[in-house]
Design a protein around this ligand. Structure first.
Ligand SMILES: Cc1ncc(COP(=O)(O)O)c(C=O)c1O
Length: 389
């Protein structure tokens, strides 16, 4: 299977043949948004330059203001926190569940204050969080929920595909994701007023764009009387070429997701005979999209053993793999932020004990093998490395 097939090439050429004429200006964006909404069972989808921008738009659309608090998990790529900073708000960290690695509802509750306005949950490595509990907290405390599904395409929670649980849901089309156009993202929403606002914010605050309408009519914009900007917006629109490639990937999404799941199965089977790893736990009625196969090394000395295992794996012919991202609150950016604002929640060791325990032990094995024979070979190498370790 090819990651980029003839379909992506065909649509990209079609987009180019439209010569960026304004009359054709949003043909592929419109198709992408409409097909994405159908596939994910949401009413509105709004194309973005990337998922970080989509998260920023979502936060601004729910009127997050300076000083508001947004609860986020620390074990994620830090865009989740960065979008909160971009909205001038304060990331407040809730710990993760030790088994599923997703945000822990109990810890969310502990961190609620009068200033809490929203929660951003992350489907980390492709596994949806506990939406039932999280939505209950949102309802009881009048909070917004934003799903960060950058790593989760077609993942399911109780038979429902992710994307429809939160007030907003963001997906990424960055190069490592299930479907890609190099860089891109999309923001989904079921509420017309919120979607309307999100469209405007992602479109420089244009007066005439709305939830489903991204084009401005020529008669409107050409008039000398036309006033364009009704609110402060950002220029977060996706280009037509990117939308063309993303559309083709969307039309092939089932096979792109399935092959990743098969790779994950191979890696999970390879370690199943050994006591070396605890894989990310997938509860019943959850479906993981396996952006990566996440294995937690069972060791008391992760600083030594993580590197020792990786060196051995690579020596045996294993591919590169990543460790987990540094916890977001340890990033220098967040450290500086917390000191400058003198936050109530201190970004210090001990803040999220589960995340701190698990982070140095995680190995993220890639699932983007487009030829399963390669994944099988890597599985054999993983097995051999486990035996030798
Ligand atoms: C969980 C998570 N959130 C957000 C992002 C940001 O996505 P993008 O690179 O499209 O801005 C990523 C990955 O890149 C991610 O993994």
């Amino acid at each position: 299977m090819k990651r980029i097939s003839d379909l992506e090439k065909l649509y990209a050429i079609e987009a180019l043949e439209n010569s960026f004429r304004t009359s054709k200006g949003s043909e592929f964006n419109t198709r992408l948004e409409s097909e994405f909404s159908d596939k994910f069972g949401v009413k509105f989808s709004i194309g973005h330059v990337n998922a970080t921008a989509a998260l920023h738009t979502a936060l601004l659309s729910i009127d997050i203001k300076a000083g508001d608090e947004v609860i986020v998990p620390p074990l994620t790529m830090s865009s989740t926190s960065i979008a909160v900073l971009q909205a001038n708000a304060i990331p407040v960290y809730a710990d993760i569940d030790l088994q599923t690695l997703t945000i822990c509802p109990k810890s969310i509750k502990k961190n609620l204050t009068k200033k809490t306005k929203a929660i951003i949950s992350v489907s980390v490595y492709g596994l949806p969080p506990n939406y039932k509990e999280i939505l209950k907290i949102c309802r009881d405390n009048k909070l917004y929920l934003i799903e960060d599904n950058a790593e989760c395409f077609l993942g399911k929670y109780k038979n429902k595909t992710v994307g429809c649980f939160g007030d907003f849901s963001a997906f990424s089309f960055q190069a490592s994701k299930h479907m890609t156009c190099g860089n891109g993202g999309i923001l989904c929403c079921n509420n017309i007023d919120l979607a309307d606002k999100a469209r405007k914010i992602s479109n420089l605050g244009y007066t005439t764009v709305s939830a489903k309408k991204m084009l401005i009519k020529k008669e409107e914009i050409q008039s000398p009387n036309f006033k364009r900007h009704s609110l402060l917006g950002y220029n977060y629109r996706m280009s037509e070429i990117n939308a063309a490639v993303a559309l083709a990937q969307l039309e092939r999404l089932d096979e792109l997701v399935n092959i990743r799941k098969q790779s994950a199965k191979i890696f999970l089977e390879a370690v199943s005979d050994f006591d070396l790893f605890t894989p990310q736990y997938i509860p019943k009625n959850y479906e993981c999209a396996y952006w990566a196969t996440s294995l937690i090394l069972r060791t008391d000395n992760p600083q030594k053993d993580w590197f020792k295992f990786r060196t051995l794996f690579k020596k045996n012919g294993g591919d590169d793999f990543y460790g987990a991202w540094a916890l977001s609150y340890y990033e220098p950016l967040l450290q500086k932020f917390s000191k400058s604002k003198k936050l109530k929640q201190k970004y210090v060791e001990g803040l999220c004990k589960n995340a701190e325990f698990v982070q140095p032990r995680i190995m993220q094995f890639k699932t983007n093998y487009w030829n399963l024979n390669e994944a099988k070979k890597q599985g054999q190498i993983l097995k051999k490395t486990c035996k030798m370790f």
